[in-house]
Design a protein around this ligand. Sequence first.
Ligand code: HH2
Length: 283
Amino acid sequence: MTVKRPLANNHPIIMGILNVTPDSFSDGGLYLDTRQAVRRGLEMVAEGADILDIGGESTRPGSLGVSEEEEKRRIIPVIKALSRRTGALISVDTRKPGVADAALEAGAGMLNDVSNLRDIRLAELVAAARAHLVLMHSRGTPEIMQQLTQYEDVVKEVIEELMISVETALACGVPRDRIWLDPGIGFAKTAAHNLEIFRRLEEITSLGYPVLIGPSRKSFIGAFSGADIDNRIGGTAAAVTAGIMKGASAVRVHDVSVMRQATTIARAITAHQAPKVGEAVNA
Ligand code: HH2
């Protein structure tokens, strides 16, 4: 398949979150209707999303998962419609090969795998479709992952565990330049681990793969600020800014237009050749 809209442009890449689920921790239940989901996807593209990440199964801590049939029923019509109607790259957030296969067939050009390749067939499908692959660090399943937070050195171990999956993906034929890494903020991590990952993110962004981070509205923001789930936009913007300043290429967020502004300014501050003021104003 052809990959839409080049991702090699210089601005930080925004991945807009579209959860077609009744129970996602933040936007659950809002986009269960296909038309509402498509409308939200188009809105995020208008706000500046480069990628739309469409998921049909919540992976919040403790969640039990849904059947393959139900996951497909929720997301395939949305993927078909949005891949036809936008230039954004469509990503499918799934851990199931059957769902990934149907989604790639329906127009997705990226697989966002929050299981860090527990099933090797995911990499084979991505290679065959010539799609992009996000390898996100996690341990166990969402149901039990918050019991698997024992690390000697969280950053070192996240890197080691991600690199095992990189080798597997390469061996399956996924091209090196289609592999993205994500440390998995909130997945088998305590709030302190999440901060440590941000503090030392350069150790991951210097590995030579684009790095995606997903702090949006997550509980570590509440843990440190006391903000409830509907009021974490400031903490999300701070985490997104820190991530971009430490070399992340992309952020996965709910609040696209605000985070687009945050990432643009973070990149302008850190860029070797920041735009001149006039250019920036007219951009
Ligand atoms: N976080 C979530 C889901 N998918 N994918 C990547 N690559 N990185 C992340 O940090 C990430 C992810 C969890 O957030 P959300 O989709 O908002 O909630 P839920 O899992 O409850 O649907």
